[in-house]
Design a protein around this ligand. Structure first.
Ligand code: PRE
Length: 277
C-alpha cells in the first residue's frame, strides 16, 4: 500500500473554505434563532434585550473550553461582537462612555465588548452618561470603576427605583494583559427580573472611615469598590455577595455612622483565567 500523499496547500485552503462556509452558515442559523427569540422575549416593547447573566455564562463557558493556537483574546472578542450585535438587532441601543479618564481605554472597551455596529457616544463625566441612559429607551453606559476622587459620588445618581442600575462588570473574563482590560461598570435602565445578582452593589453614606468597617464588611463577603468625600461624611459604593442578606451588610455599616443605604445594581461573579491561552 502506498502512503497517502502529503496534504497540499490547495487541499488545506479547501479545508479552510469549508470551515469558513460552515461558520458563516452557523451564524446565519443563529440569526434565525434570534428572530424567533425576538417574538418570545418581546424586547422591542420593553426596550432592552440584555441578559447580562446569560452573557457572563456564555463567556465563561467559552474561556473554560478554549484551547489551541488561537488566542483567547480573539475568541472572546469574536463572541462579544456576536452577542452584542445580536442584542442590537433585537432592540437597537447605543453605548455611552465616560471618557473623563481618557478616550482610548474606554473606546477599546466599548469596541471589544460591543463591536462597531453599536454606536459609541462619548461624555465628559459619569453623571452625563447616567443621564443619557436614563433618557434613552434601552441604551448602555460604561465608566471606569477606578475613578479618582474628583469624579465625585457619581453612583448616587443610580439611587431610586427608576434610575439606571449597574448590570455588569467588564471584562467578563479577567486575566493579565487583557486587550480591553480596564475594569468598567456597565449600566442600563433597571432590568428587573433579567438582572443577575451574584454580586449586589449598594450606595452607602457613613460618618467616618475605619479599618473595623472594612473588616466588618469582609465578614459579610463585602468590600468598598469606590469612595468619595460627601461634605463631612463619606459615600461608599459597596460590592457584596448576592448570597448575603442586605440587612447584614447594612448592619456592618451601622458602627461607622450609617445614614443612607440603597441598592444600585448587581452583576455576575468575577471570573478570572490565568493567561490568554
Ligand atoms: O439569550 C437571550 O436572551 C438572547 O437574547 C440571546 C443573546 C445571544 O446572542 O446569545 C443576546 C442577548 C442577551 O444579552 C443574551 C444572549
Amino acid at each position: 500500500m502506498t502512503e497517502a500523499a502529503p496534504t497540499s496547500l490547495a487541499d488545506l485552503r479547501g479545508e479552510i473554505d469549508r470551515i469558513d462556509s460552515a461558520m458563516h452558515a452557523l451564524l446565519m442559523e443563529r440569526s434565525q434563532v434570534i428572530e424567533t427569540l425576538i417574538s418570545i422575549k418581546k424586547t422591542q416593547a420593553s426596550g432592552s434585550a440584555f441578559r447580562p447573566g446569560r452573557e457572563a455564562d456564555i463567556m465563561k463557558r467559552l474561556a473554560l473550553s478554549h484551547k489551541g493556537l488561537l488566542p483567547l483574546d480573539t475568541v472572546e472578542s469574536v463572541w462579544r461582537i456576536i452577542i452584542a450585535t445580536f442584542t442590537y438587532v433585537q432592540a437597537n441601543y447605543s453605548v455611552h462612555a465616560d471618557i473623563s479618564g481618557g478616550d482610548a481605554a474606554m473606546r477599546d472597551s466599548a469596541r471589544f465588548h460591543f463591536g462597531f455596529t453599536v454606536p459609541f457616544i462619548t461624555h465628559e463625566d459619569a453623571r452625563s452618561v447616567i443621564r443619557a441612559v436614563a433618557e434613552s429607551a434601552g441604551d448602555l453606559g460604561i465608566f471606569r470603576m477606578d475613578q479618582g476622587a474628583s469624579a465625585g459620588i457619581w453612583w448616587s445618581d443610580l439611587i431610586g427605583a427608576d434610575a439606571p442600575k449597574i448590570i455588569a462588570r467588564l471584562p467578563f473574563v479577567e486575566r493579565p494583559n487583557h486587550p480591553a482590560g480596564t475594569p468598567v461598570y456597565c449600566i442600563a435602565k433597571p432590568l428587573a427580573d433579567a438582572a443577575v445578582r451574584e454580586i449586589v452593589l449598594y450606595a452607602a453614606r457613613v460618618e467616618r472611615w475605619s479599618e473595623s468597617l472594612r473588616h466588618g464588611l469582609a465578614e459579610h463577603l463585602a468590600e468598598v469598590s469606590a469612595s468619595a468625600a460627601d461634605g463631612s461624611h463619606l459615600s461608599l459604593l459597596v460590592a457584596a455577595s448576592g448570597e448575603v442578606d442586605q440587612a447584614a451588610i447594612r448592619q456592618a455599616l451601622v458602627p461607622a455612622g450609617l445614614s443612607d443605604f440603597a441598592e444600585i445594581g448587581s452583576h455576575a461573579a468575577r471570573f478570572s483565567v490565568k493567561s490568554a491561552r
